[in-house]
Write a new protein. Structure first.
Length: 191
């Protein structure tokens, strides 16, 4: 049974983020993680039962940190277009500046160990933005929320591979969600 969080567990997760960024999820072996952490292989098994449980913990940690950064950035505005716009910008900016984004956004979509995690996280984000879309006036905000999550995740990947923000895509997604914003180039401003 895995031990609760402690410095050794954190060191292994930190090392995994480095390996995932450098080698991707396919290169995320237990040997690579313990070598990067400077720990014995047995230490890994004191904290994680197997590679699958480790990768899930690493994925959750990445997304929990991303969520915390986004929520800190947007504050607590009332549901609506301003909150949605701020959240999308915060998410895209955080993806560009967070270690392991390629592994945990692109590669996690095809990693069978993470499929349930990816789907659960997407449902959670969709549920969070559903009130924003309802406030904008969408008749089926749940369906639109699902599509917005997919569009924004795709923009994050395009920006990641391009090496920076793609303002045209950021503006386009806002204009697709809120036709009243057409012509508003500040839709998802990059700072």
């Amino acid at each position: 049974m895995p031990r609760p969080a402690e410095p050794g567990r954190s060191a292994l997760l930190d090392a995994g983020a480095v390996v995932a960024e450098r080698e991707g999820l396919r290169g995320l072996s237990i040997n690579a993680v313990v070598a990067t952490a400077g720990m014995a292989k047995g230490s890994f098994y004191h904290h994680f039962s197997d590679r699958r449980s480790y990768v899930i913990a690493l994925h959750r940690r990445y997304h929990d940190a991303l969520t915390a950064a986004i929520l800190a950035d947007i504050g607590d505005p009332a549901p609506g277009m301003n909150r949605l716009r701020a959240g999308i910008a915060a998410y895209l900016d955080a993806c560009l500046h967070t270690r392991g984004t390629k592994a945990f956004l692109a590669q996690s979509r095809t990693d069978t160990d993470l499929l349930d995690e990816v789907h659960a996280r997407n449902r959670s984000v969709a549920a969070f933005i559903e009130p924003d879309l309802g406030a904008v006036g969408w008749p089926d905000p749940a369906a639109v929320a699902h599509l917005v999550v997919a569009m924004v995740a795709e923009i994050a990947l395009v920006e990641l591979y391009a090496g920076g923000p793609q303002q045209n895509l950021r503006v386009a997604v806002i204009q697709m969600i809120d036709p009243d914003s057409r012509g508003d180039a500040r839709s998802v401003h990059v700072e």
